[in-house]
Design a protein around this ligand. Structure first.
Ligand SMILES: [Zn+2]
Length: 513
């Protein structure tokens, strides 16, 4: 399998502070003076404004983005998707008896007196920013020729880590059983080969859950196209040797591509002292010319490296051979610098599988790069979040409106086939019931419990875990975002809100603009 974890990590992609250097500007960026993520947002915005392609944007440097309430999805009387509407309009329709509630998450209503033929349906676009822990999904209004109007945002929380943990523990138990002094068991099948295009289950899960969300959205919204971030940097742009003096700066689109590329190529750490640019003890990084400009070094990406501020300053205008005395390290830097660009494409493998999966749905799929996404987001003055990144994927002319809240969908799975649990030695410990549903409820159902007497008095809304005894547990989210489990509530207090669908849902505020 190809290495990929770094490519998928959209969070850490922003944690390294890369500042630019041009000749003697090198030392001006002291550590700690930058924006929280290593960006000087104000300066980037100024630079980005200078390079904006939108006509007329030069006279209006501050982008104005409205925040709106997340839209409500609407179906017609035959359950065909119509254009999403505002919550206020949905409320009116429900009050007037013209609509029924179909789903709570995402909130969807069905009009009882309208068909799709009698409605104006322009269509919506789904935009995806794939990540390793979280994938951002934004539903936006088309046509995309105008500024992007965000309708709804979903943050998909993957459980790849959990899958990987479960499989590791299963493998350990099996290994333990094999090494015990038991009779020989002939292998039942060959599990020593992985087929072409195989992805680890934890990675395949990201592809599956993201394409599942896309197909679910298609049932409640008139989706006409999908846009996704396919690669983090555009290799075509980087191969172009005409990257001139200013283009590797952050403020330009090409600069964002170069920056993303260098972060991946140098593993987010300083080329000279190998101090890391990620994690709790991260330091800001500069872009350094391996062979300095004054000595005729070019601006080609093969001559650029990441360097921490002290190394960058210490090196100054010296050549790399003068600065690095250790010959082994010097050879390593030279080899890394000359590594062909094509290698970097391999890290995007999971995204390509996702791209193929979405293309198989028959929808037109537009693709963008990570550098482009970031450039769009920063030049529109938007903060970093998964859903806002998704909103800024691909070629956009501006951002008009952004939903002020996000639906957080955490992948929970649909339970287990195994009907026993094992103890720490791998022996069966208890028997689980054959049936999944007890008293009309299954584990994972979204329910509401109203308890009027006893120690658990109160109203709870959340995810239920059923027991054959009829006394269930409910997990709710408190206003401060912590989840609490209340145990042993009798089944008669429960009312079903949504059947289990492999996800648990909460809502959170979007990052402040
Ligand atoms: Zn260093």
């Amino acid at each position: 399998m190809l290495p990929q974890s770094l490519a998928l990590e959209s969070v850490s992609a922003d944690t390294v502070g890369v500042t630019t250097k041009r000749g003697t500007d090198a030392g001006k960026t002291a550590p700690g003076t930058q924006h929280g993520r290593g960006e000087n947002l104000h300066r980037i915005r100024q630079r980005a404004d200078r390079h904006r392609v939108t006509p007329g944007s030069g006279s209006n440097p501050a982008p104005s983005v409205r925040t709106v309430q997340p839209s409500v999805f609407v179906l017609d009387k035959c359950k065909q998707p119509l254009m999403p509407t505002s919550p206020a309009r949905a409320k009116q329709l429900l009050r007037a008896g013209r609509a029924r509630v179909v789903r709570l998450h995402p909130f969807t209503i069905r009009l009882v007196d309208r068909t799709r033929e009698h409605s104006a349906v322009e269509g919506v676009q789904i935009k995806i920013d794939p990540g390793s822990r979280c994938t951002g999904v934004s539903v936006v209004r088309v046509p995309p020729s105008e500024a992007v109007h965000g309708l709804f945002g979903i943050e998909i929380q993957h459980r790849g880590r959990q899958i990987s943990k479960n499989l590791t523990s299963r493998a350990a138990l099996r290994r333990g059983r094999r090494s015990r002094n038991l009779r020989h068991r002939a292998p039942r099948f060959s599990n020593r080969m992985t087929p072409q295009g195989w992805l680890a289950p934890s990675l395949q899960h990201r592809v599956d859950s993201t394409s599942s969300v896309v197909s679910r959205l298609r049932t409640i919204a008139p989706v006409t196209s999908v846009a996704m971030e396919l690669v983090r940097f555009d290799l075509q742009k980087l191969v172009n040797p005409e990257i001139t003096g200013t283009e590797y700066q952050q403020g330009t689109l090409a600069g964002f591509e170069v920056r993303e590329y260098l972060l991946a190529k140098w593993h987010r750490s300083c080329a000279y002292c190998e101090v890391s640019g990620v994690g709790p003890r991260s330091v800001p990084m500069n872009i350094d010319h391996i062979r300095p400009r004054v000595k005729g070094g070019s601006n080609r990406v093969s001559n650029l490296a990441l360097a921490c501020v002290p190394c960058n300053q210490a090196k100054g205008s010296r050549d790399v051979a003068e600065f690095v005395t250790d010959p082994a390290r010097l050879a390593r830097i030279a080899a890394q610098a000359q590594r062909p660009l094509v290698d970097a494409a391999a890290v995007n493998a999971t995204r390509w599988v996702l791209y193929e999966a979405i293309k198989a749905t028959g929808l037109p799929v537009h693709t963008g790069t990570g550098g482009r996404t970031k450039w769009n987001r920063v030049s529109n003055g938007l903060p970093k979040s998964h859903t806002l990144d998704a909103l800024c994927v691909g070629g956009i002319t501006g951002v008009a409106a952004v939903p002020n809240a996000v639906l957080v969908a955490t992948s929970t799975g649909r339970g287990t086939y195994a009907r026993t649990r094992s103890d720490k030695y791998g022996f069966p410990r208890l028997r689980l019931t054959r049936q999944k549903r007890h008293f009309g409820f299954a584990t994972g159902d979204h329910v509401r419990a109203v308890v009027s007497t006893g120690t658990n008095t109160g109203t709870y809304v959340g995810r239920v875990a059923v027991r054959a005894s009829g006394r269930f547990n409910i997990t709710t989210t408190r206003p401060d975002g912590k989840s609490v489990t209340v145990q042993g509530i009798h089944h008669r207090h429960f009312r079903l809100l949504n059947r289990a669908d492999g996800w648990s849902y909460t809502r959170k505020e979007e990052e402040r603009i």
